[in-house]
Design a protein around this ligand. Structure first.
Ligand SMILES: Cc1cc2nc3c(=O)[nH]c(=O)nc-3n(C[C@H](O)[C@H](O)[C@H](O)COP(=O)(O)OP(=O)(O)OC[C@H]3O[C@@H](n4cnc5c(N)ncnc54)[C@H](O)[C@@H]3O)c2cc1C
Length: 112
């Protein structure tokens, strides 16, 4: 799933609801978690949404600011990952590949 907000959200729910004998790992093509918030680190990067709606519903945003600074969002994701037993990611899964696509133009549609 990757280790962005979506993947760590999934990890949280798997950790909460999976049978105790299950083992699982998070794989990401990057060497650290955070997804968007790991990839982009330019000065001033922040969320556009308020963190009360952008953040995890099960984890209150721990900062006073309504919008999240990029580095704070990455740490927030890391805290959730740590709590669900996945403080790091394992790199790309063996044999995995990134799916790529190319937009196709339908003959019944006008050119873009
Ligand atoms: C500056 C900025 C501000 C933003 N602000 C907001 C906002 O305020 N509100 C909002 O709703 N959205 C915002 N977004 C969009 C934001 O990216 C998403 O909402 C959210 O962070 C996406 O999380 P995600 O986990 O779905 O995807 P990503 O963060 O993109 O994470 C996906 C992860 O999957 C990994 N991955 C991909 N393919 C593979 C593969 N084949 N194998 C293994 N790993 C793989 C990637 O490396 C990546 O780490 C913003 C984006 C940017 C750049």
């Amino acid at each position: 799933m990757g280790a962005g907000l979506s993947g760590i959200d999934l990890a949280h729910h798997v950790a909460q609801n999976s049978p105790p004998h299950w083992s699982w790992e998070i794989h990401d093509v990057h060497d650290d978690l955070g997804g968007t918030w790991h990839t982009f680190t330019y000065p001033g990067i922040r969320s556009d949404s308020d963190m009360a709606t952008f953040g995890f519903p099960f984890r209150p945003w721990p900062h006073k600011s309504t919008l999240g600074q990029g580095a704070d969002i990455k740490e927030y994701i890391r805290d959730v990952a740590r709590d669900c037993g996945a403080p790091s990611v394992c790199g790309p899964a063996p044999g995995s590949r990134t799916l790529t696509g190319r937009p196709t133009r339908s003959s019944t549609r006008s050119p873009l």
